[in-house]
Design a binder for this molecule. Structure first.
Ligand code: GLN
Ligand code: ZN
Length: 756
């Protein structure tokens, strides 16, 4: 019989409670500190995490909670998938790793993409016929020993072999990384042997790819892989973790293999519980019941968690209690937020609190509810308070939603709009514009910091921002752009800015979550019915419009993006939450119009991010996503031109939705894919204004006139010139003025040449 797992979490944040790793990494990359210092920060973070988890009372502690950059990259390095171009640089191990993550002057980094439907981004391994999988790095084993020296027995965690290859991309056309699965499985087998010799009792292999649609061949591959690993004589017990959804048929496949444990996400999809109950193969296995939400920030309903666990008691050999997924996607600690709304705070649970919840649940299951009576009562009270709080349910907002009619999400005929807008705007052919933000200068950032610290007052701060708007308008006039923007200097972030101004949202001071590498985001918390107490942006746009005769474009963040980049409530369908946000934006769009703004852009860069992992869920999502955008933008007259901006060039599954948004003009990332998107749009009959980015703002490189004119020539072949707009790929916030000014002058010149 294998040892117990008991109460556990599947993983933990790693950037550091005060973002210690971020600082250490950035200092190392900038050459301000050496490798020894970085390694010491990393060691301390690991030690604190392991000790903290053990002392909190978890029965078992995950081992590989640390990464210098990304867990997928770690697996690539562990098993020798280092492309030659990085190996050839002749750097030390750590710098080769960072070269893959960030590139060097000589080589670009690996591609980076979203980790399933989270806001975390991983590096995409490149696997080709020449990849030789082997156990080439034993950090996982060393860290197991390191924890043991501290007196903590850990369960090392790795991305599982199937998910690893499914997330990889072929290094050469036509190659299928899955062809390498047997070879990779053998390399995993060797690692399992090493871990066994080091004394590890369990290893955790994460297979979140099972939450997405999988082919019968892939399920066979899953079975074969875990049989092969299971048949090894010398290995730890294997816990395969399936999270981010219901593994569907993959659960039965996995249960038919010799793995000793399976962790299930019982939060994301209600169907998972039935699936587990119906899967007979679990009877001799440990089932880690992921009842505590590992991805969202709400305090768990412990009674309900216990009921869920109890219904599964007969389905598995042992029930252990855990989080639905690793805690990588939530902040560290609610107690680090003295400034957080005091009514909302008790409703929340970040990583540290979730560990406490799992511990309480584990004790209740093992020793009976009585021993944790106080903890259960406290949780019950908090959950009840949240459910009945007035701020969560605003009757006026609800009544307004109930009274909406289909016509509220419907604008006039496009032909009519087009004529009215032409008359109102009088734009030249191939009009030039930007996506909204201009560089956030040190002065702007300093002013914001000074305001926060109370060194300047609100009036002084606003004056500085107004001055900045004046500079940005003057620059655009000088360059000769056609539709101007105010530059967004007053916005710390395109979601947080609005969250701070809307009822129903709370924001944190330290609630950082890793986005990729050293980059973190601080998602607002959408806890209640959303209501806009007063206009949020109109005065800035109005100020800008007074400074110029050219049309100034108002700038708003769309409902889907507001949801995607926040922690959202789990007590009503996302569609309802999105409609509430849409109404607030709708009012803002109207206020902009009333203030004399003739063009309004509602950004939806995250439209594709929330796309469900399972294809059969996508139509319903796209329906509410489109509907909420239309609700936000349909309250204005025919003459008001609505723009939207999207941040990716591969539309795939969302292309029909983009048409359905019914925006007058859509700007979209296109420079890196060299305008490919235009053909895709053409195929689905898109006949509105389109601004394919002609300038890749992700790089400091300034494209020349010739280069942008070439891209525009490609574009006019795909789109009639009357519909074509000229703009960069995205906002200019992260660039500096020297680059931006040159690039925009070149862009304007390229447009002039094409007009001629
Ligand atoms: N208007 C925003 C900006 O320019 C859009 C940002 C985005 O697409 N992520 O910064
Ligand atoms: Zn963008």
């Amino acid at each position: 019989m294998t040892s117990k797992i008991g109460s556990t979490v599947l993983g933990y944040p790693r950037i550091g409670p005060n973002r210690e790793l971020k600082r250490a990494l950035e200092s190392y990359w900038a050459g301000r500190s050496g490798e020894a210092e970085l390694r010491e920060v990393a060691r301390t973070l690991r030690e604190n995490t392991w000790r903290g988890l053990a002392e909190a009372g978890l029965d078992t502690v995950p081992g590989t909670t640390f990464s210098y950059y990304d867990q997928v990259l770690d697996a690539a390095v562990t098993f020798g998938a280092v492309p030659t171009r990085y190996a050839e640089l002749g750097l030390g191990a750590l710098d080769t790793y960072f070269a893959m993550a960030r590139g060097t002057d000589a080589v670009p980094p690996l591609e980076m993409t979203k980790w399933f439907d989270t806001n975390y981004h991983y590096l995409v391994p490149e696997i080709g016929p020449d990849t030789r999988f082997a156990l080439t790095d034993t950090t996982v084993v060393e860290q197991f020993r390191e924890a043991r020296k501290l007196g903590v027995e850990t369960r090392p965690v790795l991305v599982g072999p199937l998910t690893f290859l499914l997330l990889s991309k072929p290094a050469t056309d036509g190659f299928d990384p899955l062809d390498k699965l047997p070879e990779l499985t053998d390399a995993y087998g060797r690692l399992l042997g090493e871990l066994h010799r080091a004394g590890a009792e369990w290893v955790q292999l994460d297979e979140p790819a099972l939450a997405a649609d999988r082919t019968p061949d892939e399920l066979d591959a899953l079975r074969n892989t875990y049989r092969r690993l299971g048949d090894l004589a010398e290995r730890p017990a294997i816990l395969t973790a399936c999270y981010f959804g219901d593994p569907g048929d993959a659960l039965g496949a996995l249960a038919s293999t010799p793995v000793e444990g399976i962790a299930l996400d019982l939060v994301t999809e209600p169907s998972t519980q039935d699936n587990a109950a119906a899967t007979t193969g679990l009877r001799d296995k440990v089932l880690v019941a992921g009842v505590v939400d590992g991805r969202n920030v709400w305090r768990a309903d412990l009674d309900r968690c216990l009921t869920t666990a109890a219904t599964l008691l007969g389905s598995a050999g042992e029930i252990a209690l855990g989080t639905s997924c690793p805690l990588l996607h939530v902040p560290y600690d609610v107690d680090a937020e003295p400034g957080l709304d005091p009514q909302v705070k008790p409703w929340l649970s970040f990583a540290a609190q979730k560990v406490g919840e799992v511990v309480t649940l584990g004790r209740a299951l093992r020793e009976g509810r009585d021993v944790v009576d106080a903890e259960l009562a406290e949780a019950r009270a908090a959950v009840a308070d949240r459910a009945s709080a007035e701020r969560v349910r605003n009757h006026r907002v609800r009544a307004r939603l109930d009274s909406l009619r289909p016509a509220d999400s419907q604008r006039a005929d496009y032909a009519k709009r087009q004529a009215a807008q032409e008359k109102s705007l009088r734009l030249p052919p191939l009009p030039t514009t930007t996506i909204g933000s201009f560089p956030q200068t040190t002065d702007v950032r300093k002013a914001r910091a000074a305001l926060r610290a109370g060194r300047i007052d609100q009036a002084t701060y606003r004056q500085r921002m107004r001055d900045e708007v004046e500079r940005v308008i003057a620059l655009q006039e000088d360059i000769g752009l056609d539709v101007l923007v105010h530059g967004e200097p007053e916005r710390n972030d395109m979601v947080q800015y609005f969250a701070e101004r809307l009822d129903g949202f709370a924001t944190t001071d330290h609630g950082w979550v890793q986005s990729y590498g050293s980059r973190c985001v601080r998602p607002p918390i959408l806890f209640g019915d959303v209501h806009r107490p007063e206009p949020m942006t109109a005065e800035w746009a109005e100020h800008a419009q007074r400074l110029t005769d050219k049309p100034v474009k108002g700038m708003l963040t769309g409902p889907v993006t507001m949801l995607a980049w926040s922690f959202v409530r789990d007590d009503q369908p996302q569609a309802d939450t999105a409609r509430q946000v849409a109404l607030a934006i709708r009012d803002e769009v109207r206020d902009l119009e009333a203030a004399g703004i003739r063009v309004v852009q509602v950004d939806e860069p995250a439209l594709r991010e929330l796309l469900p992992l399972r294809a059969d869920r996508r139509p319903a999502y796209l329906d509410w996503a489109v509907e909420s955008f239309r609700l936000a933008t349909s309250g204005v007259s025919e003459a008001t031109q609505i723009h939207t901006h999207l941040c990716y060039s591969e539309f795939g599954d969302v292309i029909d939705a983009i048409v359905a948004l019914d925006a007058d003009v859509t700007s979209i990332e296109a420079a890196r894919s060299r305008m490919e998107v235009l053909a895709d749009l053409d195929e689905v009959g898109f006949d509105r204004g389109v601004g394919p980015g002609v300038y890749d703002i992700h790089s400091p490189r300034v494209p020349g006139v010739e280069e942008m004119a070439e891209l525009l020539k490609t574009a006019v072949q795909a789109v009639p010139a009357e519909r074509l707009w000229v703009n960069p790929d995205c906002g200019l916030k992260t660039r500096d003025y020297a680059e931006v000014e040159r690039a925009l002058r070149n862009m304007a010149e390229a447009a002039h040449r094409l007009r001629a």
